[in-house]
Ligand binder design. Structure first.
Ligand SMILES: *Cc1c(COP(=O)(O)O)cnc(C)c1O
Length: 370
């Protein structure tokens, strides 16, 4: 059976990175590469973004993977640390740590070995997830400032709740809280993720933290990356492996959730939920077959799914299928699956092979490569 594959377009990635630079020319860029760079491959992404000032990951293992691949820029552990033993790894691999709780300050204070940690201090301004609450921020700040084991000045930051919304009330309140707390602090500051980089220049400050826009996707529900002048970095492809003419009334797939309204051509696509394609599609989902937009029908299976080929009557086994990416915005598939594009790109599973677009081959050659 043919295996689906991902094409990763590093030129598109650079284009999107330059867009960040254009939008925030006076800010340093912490490129977010957590979750394997939103499913794009964190090593390839970090190697491509030579001009990024730093990289952001969620977990220690993600940072080690980048260091072992030879990435030299600062790497910030955005999830913070939980065990004091992890400080050994931070030291060995020269990582920056986000500090969001008092137990972490204690871990750093109690460190016996002489080492100075680079710290990003996180303040909770309304997301209510990680970070020092406003009433504790001043105390945390003073403790970290006075700690001989911390490099000064540290970066102070907060994370937005909903900068992608038209209604800016929450964002305004968060930015105000942050400015009030930190106005006397002579530290580099950071607030903006993608939506705020695009929509909120006031919040760019010293460091911006783009994630989704680097990969060419839109943080806004009513726009695609293309609408924002971004280019998709990931294109998920496979092949049509079979075409049949089915009859009116024929049921298709598990659960018999779909039946043919007329005699019609039906395609079988080598892609399933075990590859990371969303299983539940209340109204089907768009897909490109040989460049023509068609509709996924019936229930997505583990390794296969079915497509209505009435729009592409000439389609035949071996035709290239695009699930999302260039030619078919992932935002549209996300909408059909009632999810957000972040979940689709991060959800592509490891059995899907990754290729750089510049190593371009025909689909049949890909099959050989796999
Ligand atoms: C993931 C993340 C970002 C990037 O968010 P996008 O919406 O993908 O741009 C920025 N900051 C923090 C702390 C994050 O965890």
């Amino acid at each position: 059976m043919f295996s689906p594959f991902l094409e990763i377009d590093t030129d598109a990635l650079l284009h999107n990175f330059n867009k960040v630079r254009e939008l925030a020319p006076n800010s340093k860029v912490l490129a977010m590469v957590k979750a394997n760079a939103y499913g794009h491959g964190s090593v390839v992404v970090a190697e491509t973004l030579k001009d990024a000032d730093a990289f952001g990951v969620a977990r220690v293992d993600e940072a080690l993977q980048l260091r072992r691949a030879g990435i030299k820029q600062p790497i910030v552990l955005m999830g913070g640390l939980f065990f004091k033993e992890d400080l050994d790894l931070v030291e060995e691999f020269d990582l920056d740590i986000l500090v969001h709780d008092f137990f972490q300050i204690e871990m750093i204070q109690n460190r016996q070995r002489p080492y100075r940690f680079r710290v990003w201090m996180k303040i909770n301004t309304g997301l209510n997830r990680l970070g020092f609450d406003p009433e504790h921020a001043e105390r945390a700040y003073r403790m970290l400032n006075a700690c001989p084991n911390v490099v000064q000045p540290m970066v102070v930051m907060s994370h937005f709740v909903a900068p992608e919304r038209q209604d800016h009330t929450i964002t305004q309140r968060q930015a105000l809280t942050f400015h009030e707390l930190t106005q006397g602090w002579d530290n580099p500051k950071s607030l903006a993720k993608s939506a705020a980089i695009i929509d909120w220049p006031d919040t760019h400050l010293d460091w911006v933290r783009p994630g989704i826009m680097l990969y060419g996707m839109s943080p806004f529900a009513n726009k695609t990356g293309q609408d924002l002048g971004l280019e998709p970095v990931m294109t998920l492809k496979t092949l049509l492996v079979r075409v049949d003419n089915r009859h009116q009334g024929d049921n298709l797939g598990y659960g018999a959730t779909w039946s043919c309204p007329q005699d019609m051509p039906i395609g079988v696509i080598a892609m399933g939920y075990a590859d990371g394609y969303p299983c539940f599609l209340p109204q089907g989902a768009p897909v490109l077959v040989g460049g023509v937009q068609c509709q996924i029908i019936g229930r997505v299976c583990m390794d296969l799914m079915l497509v209505d080929l009435r729009q592409a009557p000439g389609a035949k086994a071996g035709d290239e299928v695009v699930l999302w990416g260039r030619g078919l915005p992932v935002e549209k598939v996300a909408r059909a699956a009632q999810t957000i594009p972040y979940t689709l790109t991060t959800g592509v599973t490891s059995r899907v092979k990754r290729y750089l677009v510049k190593d371009k081959h025909t689909p049949q050659e890909y099959a050989r490569l796999i």
